[in-house]
Design a protein around this ligand. Structure first.
Ligand code: CAA
Length: 248
């Protein structure tokens, strides 16, 4: 059986790295996208990954830029092969209460966390449908489901991402392409380590499991959705949040 190929945007980040490792461990060829300015860090990330996983690559692109994403997809297709699995994982925070949120803080979060999914997926989905197989997994957040004080930008982008999932899932279902969302809660990554200590503590206290999650726990859910056998779940939003937000 030929190996599958996965592209993970933001693949060298905390959750992205865990997803790359989990998929690579399952025999998938992994291509981690990184922001062009982070070339040096991405190359040392690749050196580390290659110690354990032979079939691992990196590719630069600014996911907020449609043509940069087009160039990235062309380069992956030409040099590695057709992409079977896409994980839209690139994301940033610019937390600020709305009254003092600048247009730049709003726009860069919407562009990086939401428009990025359009920029990559739109240029990839037709090929997946023609080949009759695809797995698209969008990494949203518990804060897209419940909202979060100080995150009007991030909550809007992450809620939008699941709307995107549900719409695209309907457009691709008949062609063997599933589209799902994974919504992590508070996960031990650089993003959450930058939160004020008392804010973080009050959040952890509200989590029924009374701890933060690990990137590995998010990666399990992503790899499960990415599995070929997982063909009858589409348009779903899988929470990995320790019970912080529950919905029927
Ligand atoms: N509910 C009610 N009040 C709150 C609050 C909350 N959850 N959090 C802060 N406040 C209050 C503060 O106590 C403060 O009150 P006072 O003015 O009376 O002292 C006030 O709000 C702060 O208001 P400011 O307008 O000065 O705040 P700011 O614009 O500087 O922003 C903040 C502060 C950045 C929002 C800060 O509170 C913060 O970092 N909050 C956490 C946001 C958060 O949870 N981010 C998640 C990041 S991790 C992630 O995003 C990953 C994921 O997917 C889960």
């Amino acid at each position: 059986m030929t190996k599958q190929i996965a592209l993970i945007t933001g693949g060298t980040g905390g959750i992205g790295t865990a997803i790359c490792k989990e998929l690579a461990g399952n025999g998938v060829i992994v291509v981690a996208n990184y922001f062009p300015a982070d070339k040096v860090q991405a190359e040392s990330w690749l050196d580390e990954m290659r110690k354990e996983y032979e079939h691992c690559y990196i590719v630069a692109a600014d996911v907020t830029d449609y043509s940069s994403c087009g160039d990235m997809l062309e380069s992956v297709t030409d040099n590695i092969g057709s992409i079977d699995i896409l994980v839209n994982c690139a994301g940033i925070t610019r937390d600020k209460t709305l009254k003092s949120m600048s247009p730049d803080q709003w726009n860069c979060v919407i562009n990086t966390n939401l428009n990025s999914a359009y920029n990559v997926t739109q240029q990839l989905v037709q090929g997946m449908m023609e080949r009759g197989f695809g797995r698209i997994i969008n990494i949203s957040s518990v804060n897209g489901q419940k909202g979060q004080f100080g995150q009007a930008n991030y909550s809007a982008a992450k809620a939008g991402l699941h709307g995107f999932t549900m719409a695209v899932a309907q457009e691709t279902a008949s062609k063997g392409v599933t589209v799902n969302t994974v919504s992590p809660g508070y996960i031990e990554t650089t993003m959450t380590s930058e939160l004020p200590e008392q804010v973080l503590q009050s959040i952890v206290n509200a989590v029924p499991l009374k701890r933060m999650g690990t990137a590995q726990e998010v990666a399990y859910a992503v790899a499960w959705l990415a599995d070929q056998k997982n063909a009858y779940i589409t348009g779903a939003n899988i929470p990995v949040n320790g019970g912080l937000f529950m919905s029927s």
